[in-house]
Design a protein around this ligand. Sequence first.
Ligand SMILES: [Fe+2]
Length: 313
Amino acid sequence: MSLTSLLDLELTVPDPDALAAFWTDLGMESTGTATLGTAQRPSQLRLAEGTYRHVSELRLSCESESDLPTIAASLEAIGVASTIADGVLSCQDPLGDHRVVIEVSEPLPLVGPEADEANRPSGRSRLDRRSAAALATAPPAPRRVGHVVFGTPDLAGSIDFYTKGLGWKVSDMVGPGIGCFMRCSPDHHNMLLMPAPVPCMNHYAMEMDDVDAIGKAGSKIVAERPESQVYGLGRHVLGANLFWYLLDPAGGMFELFADMDQITDDEQWETEERRDDWDPFTIASWEPGPATPDFFLPSDIDAIAAAREAMGR
Ligand SMILES: [Fe+2]
């Protein structure tokens, strides 16, 4: 695979300062004017100001400089124009509101806690000392942005853009025509595409260390803003990730996730695991109760549609 990772997202919102304050309160660092990250991954979310909430750029990495003209040719074959300048390929998602930029870079290191100690029936590894998770007073910062979910008015067209044009791989499909989980890295999914009346972001997802990190951050958010609760804590079936879905101050849904399936042998997954006929109700292995409607479609979708129209989109 020439694509190697999702590097970061640019989120455009009416009040980027409020969104930056929200994430810095959860341990992220603000570098530059509106870039949120951590010491290991300084750029995870870039914030911009605009009239309505949407993802405005998706930044990906690829293996080598020679991948860029290959991707440009694939895009041209499906009628999408792109440019290559200073080692970066840029194009517009023809069915979305965001640019896609691809640059040559190594996937950034992923750093977690030093020890993953647990006392399970199968083995006790934390002996004669207290649990760091139990004693922690603040949640650790998100480690990276892991995936994004877009609603699209043309699911088949969007799938073609990402797979045939950019080289993403399909991991699973919810069918028929309900959703497509795809990857540009070993993660089970770095993107999910699902139908929507107008292009929109369903959610962005931040990887946390483990269930404790999700629980500690999620419960802090809900304690401060109970109306932010959407769905969770639970574990998905597709991707197997632990999840907790919440609303950020801009009204955008985000997911705190951990422990996602990893695909390192594409052929093995393709022949043994991938399914294109998942039942749409195959959402959670376990959950605390049903999701609010925001889980399926932003509750302010009419305002998003009106703002897009006002911009001539
Ligand atoms: Fe997700």
